[in-house]
Design a binder for this molecule. Structure first.
Ligand SMILES: *Cc1c(COP(=O)(O)O)cnc(C)c1O
Length: 217
């Protein structure tokens, strides 16, 4: 699908859900894509991108940021503590805040840098052992802990289990956000972004539907 087809689908899903047309932002997930494809999407005028690895992003985005103004870069993959500073210097938003140690280190580095990316707390809605994120039952305490550190928590993020109906997970994420007074919902990927928008997504993370399948590896 083209970028404009996806944007149209998002806008229509917003309106169908009784939300303003621009209520959900499209994060084009450019991980593993050849630079020429990313460049083509930048040339179409899109500026909001997602990457899941700090090192990979650090290899390509400084150059793109020199060529194109207004790039809005989101880290959507897990963040190792030793890469926190690099991530905070490069990214405008981090969607994978999921443990006290990371929150503390973000708070400390934010003090030093005098700025902090927008933050999303990742919730492991499917309670999957191999997946990052805070368990739903621990979410309220962890969100409060982050807020106690003065972190700019904008919302929550989830990656539903592959085998399950994603809408149940989107609804759970929305419920946890609502009771914590958080407006942001980072949810929905290529296969389910319209369902995510219907349930209140403010950020959808779409990769393969825009760029084509990622080359394995
Ligand atoms: C890769 C990735 C996406 C995009 O997945 P697609 O199915 O290609 O749209 C979204 N979110 C996260 C966290 C990812 O790692």
């Amino acid at each position: 699908m083209s970028l404009s087809e996806i944007s149209d689908k998002i806008a229509r899903a917003c309106v169908a859900a009784g939300r303003p047309e621009g209520a959900a932002k499209l994060i084009a997930v450019s991980k593993v894509q050849p630079n020429a494809r990313v460049q083509a999407v930048l040339e179409e005028g899109h500026r909001c991108f997602g990457e899941n690895k700090v090192q990979e992003a650090a290899g390509k985005w400084p150059d793109f940021k020199e060529q194109f103004t207004g790039v809005d870069l989101h880290l959507i993959g897990p963040l190792q503590s030793n890469k926190t500073r690099a991530a905070m210097e490069l990214f405008d938003a981090i969607h994978s805040v999921d443990r006290p140690k990371l929150a503390t280190s973000i708070a400390r580095i934010a003090q030093e840098l005098g700025r902090c990316p927008d933050l999303f707390v990742q919730i492991n809605t499917g309670e999957e052992a191999q997946k990052a994120g805070v368990l739903p039952r621990d979410a309220d305490d962890f969100i409060k802990e982050c807020q106690g550190l003065d972190l700019p928590v904008q919302g929550l993020m989830c990656i539903p289990p592959v085998e399950e109906e994603p809408s149940l997970h989107f609804a759970l994420l929305a419920k946890i956000a609502k009771r914590n007074g958080l407006a942001g919902l980072s949810m929905g990927m290529s296969s389910d972004f319209e369902r995510a928008v219907a349930l209140g997504a403010t950020h959808v993370r779409v990769g393969s539907a825009i760029f084509g399948e990622r080359v394995a590896g």
